[in-house]
Design a protein around this ligand. Structure first.
Ligand code: FES
Length: 181
């Protein structure tokens, strides 16, 4: 091979490119590593996506880049289990992210985040309906009509600058801000 080859691999939230001067190489993103070889004018590409971001059924569990999760509000998403959807909200504190069901314990039909993000004041989530305040770590209500109750936590994890759903009750998750954009 006399010329270089430029290979780009697009993942869920980034793209990685490499320039190859030899006859073979590999390129990786968060999601996959592809190895390829070049010979006799024919380029071949093969590879396997890493299974870590998927459930056994193949549904994606990646939620969002860490940078998209706000500290002064929440990111609203929908986790799915079969045909059932559950709204959840994510909030970031530094490099950590917490997630809870988007429902106030005082009146469960009331969403803490009705769309533009939940209210965050003095590092606590505030229900817009009657002012209940929830600690951002454990979700316990420390003031308001449901004092002592707690938001329902949903398990998520941060890995390589992205947030993933790790709660086994759900198969997949999607952002609702992108769905309605
Ligand atoms: S519905 Fe949230 S405090 Fe009443």
């Amino acid at each position: 091979m006399t010329d270089s080859v430029r290979v780009t691999l697009e993942g869920n939230d980034d793209a990685t490119s490499v320039t190859v001067y030899g006859d073979e190489g590999d390129v990786s993103t968060d999601d996959a590593t592809f190895r390829f070889s070049v010979g006799d004018g024919a380029e071949t590409v093969s590879g396997d996506a890493a299974p870590a971001d998927e459930t056994e059924s193949g549904a994606p569990r990646h939620i969002a880049p860490l940078a998209d999760v706000p500290t002064d509000g929440t990111l609203r998403c929908e986790a799915r289990s079969g045909d059932r959807g559950t709204e959840l909200i994510l909030r970031r504190e530094g490099e950590a992210v917490s997630a809870w069901r988007n429902s106030c314990p005082h009146e469960p039909e009331v969403r803490l985040d009705p769309g533009p993000g939940a209210i965050v004041r003095d590092d606590r989530l505030v229900c817009h309906e009657h002012g209940a305040r929830f600690e951002c770590g454990d979700g316990v209500c420390t003031a308001g009509p449901c004092r002592g109750d707690a938001l329902e936590s949903i398990a998520v994890a941060v890995r390589d600058g992205a947030v993933y759903l790790t709660d086994d009750r759900f198969d997949s998750c999607r952002r609702l801000d992108e769905a309605t954009a």
